[in-house]
Design a protein around this ligand. Structure first.
Ligand SMILES: Cc1cc2nc3c(=O)[nH]c(=O)nc-3n(C[C@H](O)[C@H](O)[C@H](O)COP(=O)(O)O)c2cc1C
Length: 179
């Protein structure tokens, strides 16, 4: 791997993963910090990738506890692992949350046509107990929220049987950790 082209290669792979349901990087693990200072990690779907703004986007329910957590503690990490590539990408980022506005409206138009539509129309907030009368009805308004992760550091690890490779990069750094 050429160190100078590695950032471009990784952003390109993220763009491919976003559009490929079979790509393991489409479902990274997002770790945040909860209100007690404890780590909270969960799988999410990669929805948008913008290498120019160095941002990744994810969708969630605005009533999810992770929204409040990330507003109060915006430092997050994302872990992408691909067994096919043997690549792990560990991304450090700052999260911002949007629950209304033109970007959310545009995202909802995209989600509304897909299979996850009903997730954002449930009258029940994530974690609410199911009740028979509410469980089958959908709300007329959605609860979609966008998590935008502004990337500040990437740590790439290649599990090569001939010798592992690891590199990190950020605005200030581009270097091998294991050449
Ligand atoms: C394959 C997969 C994809 C998922 N995608 C999302 C997602 O895009 N957004 C989301 O909020 N939750 C997603 N989930 C559910 C989360 O992993 C998690 O269970 C849920 O958001 C509740 O997490 P929280 O209590 O930390 O808010 C996904 C789960 C799986 C297994």
């Amino acid at each position: 791997m050429d160190l100078t082209t590695l950032p471009h290669t990784l952003w390109r792979e993220l763009e491919l993963a976003k559009d490929d349901r079979q790509h393991a990087w489409r479902t990274p693990v997002l770790a945040s910090i909860d209100n007690d200072g404890s780590p909270q990690a969960r799988t999410v779907v990669l929805r948008n990738v913008n290498s120019d703004s160095q941002t990744l986007q994810f969708f969630t329910d605005c009533r999810s506890p992770k929204i409040k957590q990330m507003i109060e503690s915006p430092k997050i990490q994302l872990i992408f692992w691909s067994n096919a590539l043997k690549w792990q990408l560990r991304v450090s980022a700052l999260a911002t949350i949007e629950t209304a506005g033109t970007t959310v409206d545009a995202a909802w138009q995209q989600v509304e046509l897909g299979p996850t539509r009903q997730d954002y129309l449930s009258p029940l907030a994530p974690g609410d107990a199911l009740t028979t009368e509410l469980s089958t009805e959908l709300s007329s308004t959605h609860n979609l929220a966008i998590i935008t992760a502004k990337v500040n550091h990437m740590d790439w690890l290649y599990l090569d049987p001939k010798g592992h490779q690891r590199a990190e990069f950020s605005v200030e750094t581009l270097r091998w950790l294991i050449p």
